[in-house]
Design a protein around this ligand. Sequence first.
Ligand code: ACO
Length: 432
Amino acid sequence: MDKSAKIEFNGSSYTFPVITGSENEEAIDIKNLRSEMGLITYDPGYKNTGHCISSITYLDGENGILRYRGYSVEELCEKKSFLEVTYLLIFGDLPSQNQLEKFQNDIREETLVDEDLKQIFKSFPKSAHPMGVLSSLTSALIAFNPQNETKISMTDKEGVTADDKMYLSTVRLLAKFPIMSSWTLRKIKGLPLNYSNNNLSYTENIAYMMFAKPNQEYVQNDVIVNALNTLLILHADHEQNCSTSTVRIVGSSYAGLYASISAGISALWGRLHGGANQAVIEMLELIKNDNSDIDKYLNKAKDKSDPFRLMGFGHRVYKNFDPRAKIIKKAADQVLNDLGIDDPILDIAKSIEEKALTDEYFIEKKLYPNVDFYSGIIYRALGIPSDMFTVMFALGRIPGWIAQWKEMRDSNNPIGRPRQIYNGPTHRKISS
Ligand code: ACO
């Protein structure tokens, strides 16, 4: 029997259908709440609001489960490349060898970068934060791809909503975003800008573009490539988080893919979201420079009158553990060991985790290390400056944003437009 939920208000009762997902998640379908009852829901931060039906990523926060298109992230990290996972997210299935080769080659076809885009990049001051630069450059890509990105019809599948154009926009972005990201890193490091090496695999090429030094033969370090592969897969999608919801909501107005993803990059930048990886390292440095006084900072985090929060701890959805954090913690140990790096910050991070996990405050509030707690330690070991950490997150998240945007557009959902409860002044007149 179909399930339903009854809501009583002002002496009347109304029945609403309950939707059940493939993993038995249940939601009251309140699409007709306002027309039936004259009511809206109030849910700041959308803590209880589902805004779409999606078949991309499944996340069970109570049991620490994360799956892309049904495959667990643990298994994907172990057995698949980031490019295969990218294909999986965007097209729904893991690619065959032929499909993968075609996808890889189509991306390689798009690795040339317009000199005018380079000029735009060069005009940013060296002090510009890489996330601002990347958001701007992604938006600027529209100017170099106007046919696809600006002509989006509501009635026909035109512009980027047409399957062939969507594919072209997808491979272009997957080709150009790593180049633009590597440029931001190279500018910070004072290195000349680099281009794609199309003899390499997708992730190998990212490492090459970021780390190759002028006048030195580039020798690939597999520890770095494997670490990048794991990190990029773990960041590839995370269902309806702040930046992904932003991408969907911007796209729901029929803005193009690149405009929507540019907005997603800005949303990711914030410290409560992807920006936390940079904030974690800054916090760990602060603690190290303050006599490694971990207890002091745990107490600050617990003190309601102190705005300090333990960065890299807590999650809107995970209330047991974040499966990504488990994998990254193991990877951090492995990478530092393989690269022969002894970073005191890793020990501080582990001590914080150990203490927090036995502290009543963190237990009661179900606060655990999230994906950002250990990722910065790996990035640092790879020689990536902290300003760039959130860019690394964005690099991984591009396929998820594309997949979510595509699903949103194909579903033909209405424009995203929440309501509000107004509590400002009632009607008043200007006195003179
Ligand atoms: N340190 C100390 N206390 C915390 C922390 C923390 N990191 N996180 C949550 N709390 C407390 C809050 O003060 C709140 O306490 P209260 O109930 O007494 O008011 C309670 O735990 C619930 O926290 P909320 O902020 O209401 O939870 P929400 O789901 O809105 O926020 C968030 C989740 C933003 C991740 C939060 O835990 C946080 O700020 N963490 C630190 C930043 C961070 O690591 N962000 C990255 C998240 S992962 C990602 O986006 C990729």
